[in-house]
Design a binder for this molecule. Structure first.
Ligand code: CA
Ligand code: CA
Ligand code: CA
Length: 231
């Protein structure tokens, strides 16, 4: 039965690991083989609910909004993953869409991202975006960087009041509806705002076939006029 499931197993694994109710160690699940061993009833319930949630997250219809270059944008598309999930799961879903959790590199991009969130038709307090802190960074505010590699110290910053505060291993970032940034726990289920470079347009038309030029035959040398004889 389990070998027929094609859901995002990373999403399932992350959520189950973070929400395990009866303390059962996660090694009781052999995800590679899609098999379930020695599960209690409560664990089975959590697993089934998670499978359904992750399947729903994958099937959600995305409404992409382009930040047009004609209006000062970067030409990228943005969308909201409305089904709440962990930061890691949302990043995996973003990558499956050819993108990543959105990076906010300027006040202008922040304004556009908030407009995308506002147009998504759902209302949550927090939306995961592409900010994270490596585990070896000094708490609470060292090492923060974007999933695309830019360091936060090099650009636009908009932490909310008293954030980041690392209230219990908060190493990933979320943006609030009012634009303030907070650090949060990866395991918390939130919607997310994602970004991707614009889809490649149609390939350019092939060049017209080159006309085959006929090679000119070399002209025969002109006969030299006879030299007049004065003798
Ligand atoms: Ca960006
Ligand atoms: Ca932290
Ligand atoms: Ca926090």
């Amino acid at each position: 039965m389990w070998s027929k499931f094609t859901y995002n197993t990373r999403c399932i694994e992350e959520t189950v690991r973070n929400r395990w109710l009866d303390g059962m160690p996660s090694h009781t699940l052999t995800w590679e083989a899609r098999q379930v061993r020695h599960l209690s009833q409560s664990a089975v319930c959590v697993l089934l609910l998670t499978v359904l949630a992750c399947a729903g997250a994958q099937s959600q219809e995305l409404q992409w909004m382009k930040w047009d270059e004609s209006s000062g944008g970067n030409g990228h598309d943005y969308a909201v993953l409305t089904a709440p999930a962990s930061w890691t799961s949302q990043q995996a879903l973003a990558e499956a869409e050819g993108g990543y959790l959105a990076t906010v590199l300027s006040a202008e991009e922040q304004a556009f991202v908030l407009s995308v969130i506002g147009a998504a038709g759902v209302t949550f307090d927090y939306y995961w975006f592409g900010l994270f802190q490596p585990s070896d960074a000094a708490e609470p505010d060292e090492g923060w960087q974007w999933v695309t590699g830019e360091m936060l110290t090099d650009g636009f910053v908009n932490w909310a009041f008293l954030e980041p505060n690392d209230q219990g291993n908060e190493d990933v970032g979320a943006i609030r509806r009012d634009g303030g940034w907070v650090d949060g726990k990866d395991s918390v289920a939130n919607p997310a705002v994602i970004e991707r470079a614009a889809e490649a347009g149609p390939p350019p038309p092939p060049p017209p076939p080159r006309r085959h030029r006929r090679r000119r035959r070399p002209r025969p040398p002109r006969p030299t006029p006879p030299v007049p004889c004065w003798c």
